[in-house]
Design a protein around this ligand. Structure first.
Ligand code: FAD
Ligand code: MLT
Ligand code: ZN
Length: 460
């Protein structure tokens, strides 16, 4: 640890809460990737936007790199601090600071957990619709910095759609109020959108105004057993054309194996290669009857072989656990994660090419597929065999990811759908963005962060 730098910070900002015990450095220096050894300088826990601004200004003067840190549930290494950076944790800034019933907006500090945002919206008779498994620990600032997606994108879109205003401290220490909750604002470049998905490389989100919406009508959850890959998108087509969907997710038998080993209940007696969990509006009996008709239709065509419709909220939760529990069930194995997307129309062709690639390149590894197939977003997790050297395993997965990029390029897809580039996907950015685009992005980064102190080494 560089004690003189830390002493200088203590002297410059005596009121700032700082942690520097080894256990703190380890805890705050990593995210869910667990691939890098945490080694931050220290952890700053500011309580106000003014304190953040002072920290950023001090860091500029002393050439100290900053890693903005949310709930550290990130899966790409964006919040990893492994090179003596100052981690700026937003966890103390976790309050709702305003609600406007006319605008239907909720203004929050960046460190509020996604689930707390859901609760705050519900208490006010509305919803904040972005949702996914890490809801209890990820923070809205992290969601904004990664443009998080999740299980409701099919209906509501990504985080980007729900950000009405942002307050940020740029890498050079200026405070900007971007868009201020306006629905219409045709005044040139919308800098708010540059910050969404910028992975902490342009500055720190210090306040966000979130758009809320009406709660959807009561819904039902259906789990299908799907006998072959082509049927996945056929079932999707049938469901989407006849039901009002709020989720359409899939997973494979290998994913089911892991999540059941982790405590989830499999409602089926037999094994199927694929499964779909879908949720749809079911306020009226006619909608429920239509769902059964869709099931019959798919059954007759051999697109599904079995199905369960949740009869209670508890059963709906238990069906959802089969999908949402997968990440946690795999985490002890430290899987190598691909988070890829293609256009919905390209999914069937892409699935074939991808399956051919993965069975050719990973003959001995456990390959676990799941994800938001209704958005064209697949999560491919590779599980390290016991006894296989970890570094060799990562090298092998990186080699195959190069090939995967080629397949993605053929189908016009992306190497990161929703988790961000961070450290994990940095080598592959050029497969999804042109050299000209990357040069422009670098230029933008320099405008907001001329001294390069914001999350250096991430994204590029
Ligand atoms: P962190 O991991 O702390 O940080 C992520 C990035 O944001 C880093 O680059 C960090 O520097 C930056 N950052 C954090 N806070 C700020 C701030 N205030 N200002 C500027 N930059 C900041 N993601 C999805 O998109 N969809 C899913 O379905 C999904 N499911 C998940 C399920 C599980 C079980 C887990 C563990 C993760 C899942 N994720 C998912 C990934 C992760 O939860 C999201 O990327 C989430 O948005 C990260 O939020 P966080 O607060 O944990 O951010
Ligand atoms: C999910 O959809 O469950 C997440 O994005 C997490 C993951 O990919 O592991
Ligand atoms: Zn996901």
């Amino acid at each position: 640890m560089n004690t003189s730098t830390l002493d200088a910070l203590r002297q410059a900002l005596p009121g700032l809460k700082l942690l520097s015990e080894p256990a703190d450095l380890e805890h705050y220096g990593r995210d869910w990737t667990r691939r890098w050894t945490p080694a931050p300088l220290a952890i700053a826990l500011p309580a106000t936007a003014e304190e953040i601004q002072a920290v950023v200004r001090w860091a500029n003067l002393h050439g100290v790199a900053i890693v903005p840190s949310g709930g550290r549930t990130g899966l790409s290494g964006g919040a990893v601090a492994a090179n003596g950076e100052l981690v700026v944790s937003l966890e103390r800034m976790n309050r709702v600071v305003g609600f406007d019933a006319v605008d239907r907006t909720l203004t929050v500090q960046p460190g509020i957990a996604l689930e707390a945002v859901h609760n705050a919206a519900r208490e006010r008779g509305l919803i904040y619709p972005v949702d996914f498994g890490a809801r209890g620990s990820c923070q809205i600032g992290g969601n904004i910095a990664t443009n998080a997606g999740g299980i409701r994108v099919i209906r509501y879109g990504n985080t980007r759609n729900w950000i009405a205003g942002l307050d940020v401290i740029t890498g050079s220490g200026e405070r900007l109020s971007l868009n201020r909750g306006l629905i219409k604002n045709a005044t040139g470049y919308d800098l708010r959108h540059l910050f969404i998905g910028s992975e902490g490389t342009l500055g720190i989100v210090v306040e966000a105004t979130l758009a809320l919406t009406d709660a959807p009508p009561p819904s039902q959850v259906l789990l299908f057993a799907v006998p072959h890959m082509d049927a996945l998108m056929q079932v999707f087509g049938a469901c989407r054309s006849r039901l009002t969907l709020s989720a359409f997710e899939f997973f494979t038998d290998r994913a089911l194996h892991h999540v059941v080993a982790h405590g989830a209940q499999n409602p089926f007696a037999g094994i199927s290669p694929y499964y779909v969990v879908t949720e749809f509006d079911a306020e009226q009996e006619a909608q429920q009857t239509e769902a059964l008709a869709v099931f019959e239709y798919c059954l007759e065509r051999g697109w599904v072989t079995d199905g369960v419709i949740a009869q209670s909220e508890a059963q709906a939760k238990s069906l959802w656990r089969l999908r949402e529990g997968i990440t946690e069930s795999l985490a002890p194995h430290k899987p190598y994660k691909n988070d890829i997307s293609v256009r919905i129309a390209a999914v069937p062709g892409f699935l074939h090419d991808m399956q051919a690639l993965l069975s050719r390149e990973y003959p001995d590894f456990d390959v676990v597929w799941f994800g938001h197939i209704g958005d064209g977003n697949l999560h491919i997790n590779i599980v390290k065999p016991d006894g296989y050297d970890y570094a060799a395993f990562i090298a092998e997965c990186e080699r195959v990811t190069e090939r995967l990029c080629e397949v993605l390029q053929v189908h016009g897809g992306s190497i990161s759908a929703e988790h961000g580039i961070g450290l994990v996907k940095k080598p592959y950015l050029g497969s999804a963005r042109s050299a000209e685009e990357i040069a422009l992005m670098r230029g933008i980064r320099t405008v907001f962060d001329p001294n390069g102190i914001m999350n250096p080494g991430k994204l590029f």
